[in-house]
Design a protein around this ligand. Structure first.
Ligand code: UDP
Length: 337
């Protein structure tokens, strides 16, 4: 298939580009580089030995999106592009609704005009709201912040589209906590600001960019009192996208939902210890108060994806930490400008 990857220069998108090429697919990237560096593209080309066509524009631009579909032959779309910072979404809700929903509107419109029927959508465990422990796909969806609502709303919009147009083949992929990096150490997560997420924060402490980790609460009802999450290696996550895409080519279901996670929980302190092992030294941290909006425990029930996609996570927390550390130590300041 020739696959349009929106947000293909971003963290998960870039790893999925590699997985798609390795699986024999053609890739076209669209990315506005609002949260990605153009230098990632050269690295993807070095790893794949292929030219990766990249279109730099904002998908909410309906005319540019239409032009891309009119001038290329796209078989399927994987839609990663979107704003993703929870805290920022509380400050700028309108930006989040306009960008995340608007890009989906313009993409799906162009898909319909050009008879592209396969769409894999980046959703999130955030659609389980405060009920994320052992989540199965049939749980009711809701959110606790505007970012989460954009995911809940985009899922609903896509479900309605699938009812109206039963020829569509749509996958809603609910990610748990993506971490890790390509084993080459040349592709990885590169937050443009202070990291919001635990793993990139620990990595920046380890490389000396941040003084110490702040552990957001140790009084949760969890084995060691710190928050428990289902970390998934970004390469396993990328493989899940390829499996979902290939399933869309054969299924009769207009829309399917799959959790992508390991089914195992790891606490903040367990992840910190695993990272210290990868680095070979202790890392400074302090326990501070809880972060507003955090749940105690989040982990997937991935059995539906395991059974229907023939996919399961392969990589351990140790590998997630080792690969993250290789990326961070080889690229202390992230991608060059
Ligand atoms: N966390 C933390 N310090 C940080 C960032 C995160 O203690 O600097 C904790 C957070 O409270 C949660 C876990 O690490 O229990 C994972 O947080 P992250 O933001 O990576 O993922 P999410 O909360 O969105 O699942």
């Amino acid at each position: 298939m020739r696959v349009l990857v929106s947000g293909g220069a971003g963290y998960i998108g870039s790893h999925t580009v590699l997985a798609l090429v390795a699986a024999g697919h053609d890739v076209v990237v669209v990315d506005d580089f609002s949260n990605a560096k153009p230098t990632v593209v050269g690295r993807l080309e070095a790893l794949t030995g292929r030219h990766i066509p990249v279109h730099a524009f904002d998908l909410t631009d309906i005319d540019k999106t239409e032009h891309l579909f009119a001038t290329d032959t796209i078989d399927a779309v994987i839609h990663f592009a979107g704003y993703k910072a929870v805290g920022e979404s509380v400050q700028k809700p309108l930006d989040y609704y306009q960008n995340n929903l608007g890009s989906t509107f313009s993409l799906v419109r162009a898909m319909q005009r050009h008879d592209v029927d396969k769409l894999v959508f980046s959703s999130s465990a955030t659609v389980y709201g405060t009920d994320q422990a052992g989540a199965t796909e049939d749980r009711p969806t809701f959110a606790t912040n505007p970012y989460g609502w954009t995911k809940v709303m985009q899922e609903q919009i896509l479900r309605d589209i699938a009812v109206a147009d039963p020829d569509m083949r749509i996958a809603l992929l609910r990610y748990f906590n993506p971490v890790g990096a390509h084993p080459s150490g040349t592709i990885g997560e590169d937050p443009s600001d202070v990291p919001n997420n635990l793993m990139p924060y620990i990595a920046q402490v380890a490389v000396g960019r941040r003084e110490k980790l702040q552990v957001f609460g140790d009084d949760y009802d969890t084995p060691d009192g710190t928050g428990v999450r289902d970390y998934i290696h970004v390469e396993d996550l990328a493989a899940g996208h390829v499996a979902a895409l290939e399933k869309l080519a054969v299924t009769d279901e207009p829309i399917s939902t799959w959790n992508l996670g390991s089914g195992r929980g790891t606490s903040v302190l367990e992840l910190l210890r695993a990272f210290e092992k990868a680095v070979g030294r202790e890392l400074p941290y302090e326990v501070v108060g809880r972060r507003a909006g955090d749940v105690a425990t989040s982990y997937a029930d991935p059995s539906k994806a395991n059974a229907e996609l023939g996919w399961s996570t392969q990589k351990t927390v140790e590998e997630m930490c080792a690969d993250t550390w290789r990326w961070q130590s080889q690229n202390p300041d992230g991608y060059p400008d």
